[in-house]
Design a binder for this molecule. Structure first.
Ligand code: GLC
Length: 554
């Protein structure tokens, strides 16, 4: 299919930016970020060039899992603002060419949700069956909870009825029973509600857990439920997407796309590729990443991978072998406090790479040239670090650092009232902030802006057929993405040693050249399409094949 015929598939070439309203900008000085604050920074995001904002949960919540414990699916946390404020954000974003997607967290509710309160009050409550119960004691050696050390198993006893309820995550997050058609209707209604306010889809939380059906439940194949959700979504909004969190091996992820029919999730994060990428960074060798990319299943036209380096959770390494995980731990999280759940790292990328600007830029260059759609976590564009003083996953959820003013320009409140404290080390707002970097053309912020703008004029990256280009330097990855509009060749050196690369693009016509999209340069292809050049330590190049007379100007 021609790219030009399918430009309505906006997510194939989007640049997604994830943020938590609570930590972005505080407009009223109470120490908590809010929707009005976000509204004031829409132009900043538009200038960065991102095309889709993913808002983390902003719903009413007892806040025991950073808002992923929701007590009202239709509300707005009053600390963050009102529905009116949200609509203003969506409207302003849309005006600046950005779509908004929001978190859909329907695997569970908070235990303060009125449904669960009613369910607990009486076994005869119509809400009882909204949740998953068992009347006998859970067997020993039962399935472990997702947060080892913080939740003990997945069953919690409800003292009143003497029965146990299921919770895949924390014990204060009872799992909803998707086998119950009334629960499914509720989920559809929630989806319909937010779509009506103008959003363009959802980041769907914990999808494999959502589809886990209680033993003995008489319902169809769980994937049919996801197909139903997708059908409903698309009836209400043809442009809306489902970006799913599915941390499973590729073979299983394919099922969550709906296999060949592509009628379930529209996008999925590539957890496997992300973890391989970290192993490659540690080893200074692209081999693990190449292996992952080669084993990625082919996708249908309408679905897409979402690539990321960091998100709001721990940097999970659960798909690596024990020895590989240990390797990454030792290199990137030498201090026990930087690890969590025995599988993940609680740091942001720049401190892991010891602040080396060459490595940091190489990593982002890679992120934007991997086949798929890039997703940034707020603050990555300026190289924010984590606050090591904050334990666990919260360490990376500190306020956005706007300036070197008090509280990094995030809030006028007394520092003790802030929703989270910014780091006080070399990554403190005095050293890392938007205002300073805006004035410095050589800053990481400008670099990321450049990557975003070049990504946006290179639809091959989202659409193209992937191929590793053979060449002799083992520390270098050369890959190409080919689509009807043209061909993009990316070159990355994973090591600190400058190295010569030499490769052939034999199918390109005589007179073709490689145009460097990041630096003004043009490399003519020699006979049989051969080209050779030196790649600096941790170097990267974005090259577009320019064919004689192809007339492409961007
Ligand atoms: C997802 C979220 C995580 C949350 C969990 C439970 O994994 O990314 O932050 O704690 O779901 O909702």
């Amino acid at each position: 299919m021609k790219i030009t015929d399918t430009s309505d598939l906006w997510w194939k070439t989007a640049v997604v930016y994830c943020l938590d309203v609570e930590t972005f900008l505080d407009s009223n000085g109470d120490g908590v970020g809010d929707l009005q604050g976000l509204g004031q920074r829409i132009d900043y995001l538009a200038q960065l060039g991102v095309t889709c904002l993913w808002l983390m949960p902003f719903y009413p919540t007892p806040d025991r899992d950073d808002g992923y414990d929701i007590s009202d699916f239709y509300g707005i946390d009053p600390r963050l603002g009102t529905h009116g404020d949200l609509v203003e954000v969506i409207r302003t974003a849309r005006d600046r060419g950005m779509r908004v997607i929001v978190d859909l967290v329907v695997n569970h509710t908070s235990d303060r949700h009125p449904w669960f309160l009613a369910a607990k009050r009486s076994v005869d409550s119509p809400y009882r069956d909204y949740y998953i119960w068992r009347s006998d004691a859970p067997p020993k050696g039962q399935k472990n909870a997702v947060f080892p050390g913080q939740a003990d198993g997945i069953w919690e006893k409800d003292e009143k009825s003497g029965q146990w309820y299921q919770h895949s995550f924390y014990e204060h997050q009872p799992d909803l029973n998707i086998a119950n058609p009334r629960v499914r209707d509720e989920i559809a209604k929630v989806i319909g509600f937010w779509l009506q306010l103008g959003i363009s889809g959802f980041r769907v939380d914990a999808v494999p857990f959502l589809l886990e059906i209680p033993e003995g439940a008489d319902i169809p194949e769980p994937h049919d439920l996801l197909k139903d959700i997708r059908r409903f979504l698309q009836r209400r909004s043809s442009e809306a997407i489902l970006l799913g969190e599915v941390n499973l091996p590729y073979e299983q992820q394919i099922e969550y796309f709906g296999g060949e029919s592509g009628d379930e999730l529209t996008m999925q994060f590539d957890f496997v590729g992300m973890q391989a990428l970290y192993l490659s960074l540690v080893r200074r060798d692209p081999a693990p990443l190449i292996e992952a990319l080669r084993s990625r299943p082919e996708l249908g036209t309408e679905v897409q991978w979402a690539n990321f380096l960091r998100n709001h959770d721990e940097l999970t390494l659960d798909k690596l072998s024990d020895a590989e995980r240990e390797e990454v731990f030792e290199a990137f999280a030498p201090d026990e406090r930087q690890r969590v759940f025995g599988r993940g790292i609680t740091r942001r990328l720049p401190p892991m790479l010891e602040g080396d600007p060459r490595r940091i830029r190489m990593a982002y260059s890679l992120l934007f040239t991997l086949p798929g759609t890039p997703v940034l976590f707020y603050g990555e564009e300026i190289g924010m670090g984590e606050n090591i003083e904050i334990p666990g996953r919260q360490a990376v959820r500190t306020p956005m650092q706007w300036s070197d003013d008090r509280n990094g320009g995030f809030s006028d409140a007394a520092p003790s009232r802030l929703v989270a404290a910014p780091p006080s080390d070399g990554y403190a707002p005095t050293h890392v902030n938007v205002a300073t970097q805006l004035e410095d053309r050589g800053s990481l912020l400008h670099f990321v802006r450049d990557l975003v703008s070049r990504y946006r004029i290179s639809p091959e990256l989202g659409w193209g057929a992937f191929e590793v280009v053979e060449q002799p330097a083992s520390s270098v990855l050369v890959h190409s993405l080919t689509a009807d509009v043209g061909r993009f060749v990316a070159v990355h050196n994973f090591s600190e040693v400058p190295v010569e690369t030499r490769f052939r693009l034999p199918d390109e016509p005589d007179g073709s050249a490689l145009v460097d999209l990041l630096h003004a340069a043009r490399l003519p292809l020699g006979p049989k399409g051969v080209v050779a050049f030196e790649v600096p330590a941790f170097g990267y190049r974005w090259l577009r094949v320019s064919r004689p007379g192809d007339g492409r100007v961007t």
